[in-house]
Design a protein around this ligand. Structure first.
Ligand SMILES: Cc1cc2nc3c(=O)[nH]c(=O)nc-3n(C[C@H](O)[C@H](O)[C@H](O)COP(=O)(O)OP(=O)(O)OC[C@H]3O[C@@H](n4cnc5c(N)ncnc54)[C@H](O)[C@@H]3O)c2cc1C
Length: 449
């Protein structure tokens, strides 16, 4: 027997649960089909080694209006990440680890301002790619490395911007789009302090899981976990969705929120547009590893920065301080970073934080995860103009929402919520228009008869 609902939402990350909540609250019957055994997708709050950590998406900020509104709506608290506003910053420049001096801060910030000097001209309105479309298209083919190489930067600037951008791209500068990095700078008001704070200062005290739970409870939509979707078939009436185990769901509309890098694994009939398929098969390049380091005692509020060419650790900062043991969140582009032994990481970490004693490391391999095949979305050079409008474009009764193709904060929790919210309105409008059309038709029919 097929289950019948108004809207089936495929994928229960933030884009999916936002769309589901907003549609259910508008009076539609909604079912979320989620392949994992939990909601939240690429956010995942877990207790590991006695610490509450975020294995995926973590930091939020008031420069991100949708997620901040959710935080306020549900009365959730945030807490500071000690190492984001560090007492001590260790940077590896030309093979040498140095401590950033207060007198170097101007040079440090000036490097970011020079790198992003064109951002206002490309993303004067960072939620509207078309506002400066020509300027965007002109630079779309450029990599982060192209921009980097065109500037004369000091060694300190090369390492600080290089390391920071490698974290933001989660890939090497030659693989990532320069235009996309400028969007993030514009979204934080072309201001280093806001850029830094948005990246890693505030996290939910009770984890992103608390927001997932609040939204799901408030939404009241139905959820079917462990239900990977195999195919989506459209007809004039709506969609028929089949899960891997052969269950059928009939719905008037589908909202597809699976990550871009795995979208091509779902069979659509009729097939998805060529551009959507191409984008999914090509994949965004957000990869890398978020690695947690459990260390003995309290190392203080520290931050480390390096280029991936100089260290397996491109950046790290104190995540949680404790008297007995503390945790640092780190980022690495080195393949197999999560399999490195404690002894190997001890050598790496000690270079930046002398005397530190590493107890354990942990993390989740989002690149090897079949349901994400990547971390946060970073577009390849030369793809922004082509994919910007096409990825969120509705195809018949099938609608799309994802942090991976949101306007504004693409690649972030914020983008997922914004995209889910916007798609819910479009879906609701289309269902209301269909209902209005049907009732007009039923009034006309007896009159004609
Ligand atoms: C390590 C890491 C760190 C990050 N740090 C931050 C951060 O600090 N701040 C921030 O804002 N963002 C961060 N992000 C990005 C942020 O987590 C994502 O952009 C956001 O969570 C994406 O939400 P989404 O709903 O679009 O996709 P997802 O969360 O990926 O949700 C999609 C869902 O679809 C499911 N799915 C896939 N295939 C199928 C199928 N066939 N059938 C049914 N279900 C399916 C998946 O299991 C998943 O639950 C980070 C991401 C990672 C991985």
């Amino acid at each position: 027997m097929a289950q019948s609902v108004d809207v089936v939402v495929i994928g229960g990350g933030f884009a999916g649960i936002t769309a589901a909540r907003d549609l259910q609250k508008r009076g539609f019957k909604v079912l979320v089909l989620e392949a994992r055994d939990r909601l939240g997708g690429r956010t995942w709050s877990e207790d590991r080694n006695g610490f509450h950590v975020e294995l995926g998406g973590t930091w939020v900020h008031w420069t991100q209006p949708f997620v901040w509104a959710e935080k306020e709506r549900y009365g959730l608290e945030v807490q500071e990440t000690p190492g984001c506003v560090a007492e001590r910053v260790s940077i590896k420049i030309d093979g040498q680890v140095q401590e950033l001096q207060e007198s170097q801060l101007g040079e440090f910030v000036e490097g970011f301002e020079r790198f992003f000097a064109e951002a206002k001209g490309v993303w004067e309105r960072p939620y509207d790619a078309h506002h400066c479309w020509d300027a965007l298209c002109e630079r779309d083919g450029l990599t982060v490395a192209d921009r980097f190489n065109a500037l004369e930067l000091t060694p300190l600037q090369r390492t600080s911007i290089g390391g920071f951008l490698e974290i933001l791209c989660m890939n090497q500068p030659q693989n990532a789009s320069y235009v996309e990095m400028m969007r993030c700078w514009s979204l934080t008001g072309w201001n280093y302090e806001l850029f830094n704070d948005t990246a890693a200062r505030y996290k939910f005290t009770k984890g992103t899981g608390a927001l997932v739970e609040a939204m799901a409870r408030d939404g009241g939509f139905d959820v079917s976990l462990n239900s990977p979707v195999r195919s989506v078939q459209q007809s004039d009436q709506g969609v028929c969705v089949t899960t891997e185990s052969g269950e059928l769901v009939i719905a008037k509309r589908a909202v597809v929120t699976v990550p871009l890098n795995v979208l091509h694994n779902v069979a659509f009939e009729p097939p998805l547009s060529e551009v959507k398929l191409e984008a999914s098969r090509l994949k965004h390049v957000g990869g890398g590893y978020k690695v947690f380091f459990e260390v003995e005692g309290d190392p203080g509020a520290v931050m480390t920065l390096s280029r991936s060419t100089d260290s397996p650790l491109i950046g790290s900062f104190t995540y949680k301080r404790g008297e007995q043991h503390s945790v640092l969140a780190g980022f690495s582009l080195e393949p197999g970073a999560l399999d490195k032994s404690v002894e190997e990481w001890q050598v790496v970490l000690e270079e930046f934080i002398p005397g530190v004693r590493l107890l354990s490391t942990f993390g989740h391999d989002w690149g090897a995860d079949d349901l994400s095949q990547g971390s946060w979305a970073t577009y390849r050079p030369g793809t922004v103009a082509r994919f910007n409008d096409e990825l969120p474009r509705q195809e018949g009764h099938v609608f799309f929402a994802s942090g991976d193709h949101a306007q504004g904060w693409r690649g972030f929790i914020e983008g997922a919520i914004a995209s889910g919210s916007r798609t819910a309105v479009t879906v609701a409008d289309s269902l209301s228009a269909q209902a209005a059309g049907a009732s007009a038709e039923s009034v006309k029919q007896p009159a004609q008869a």
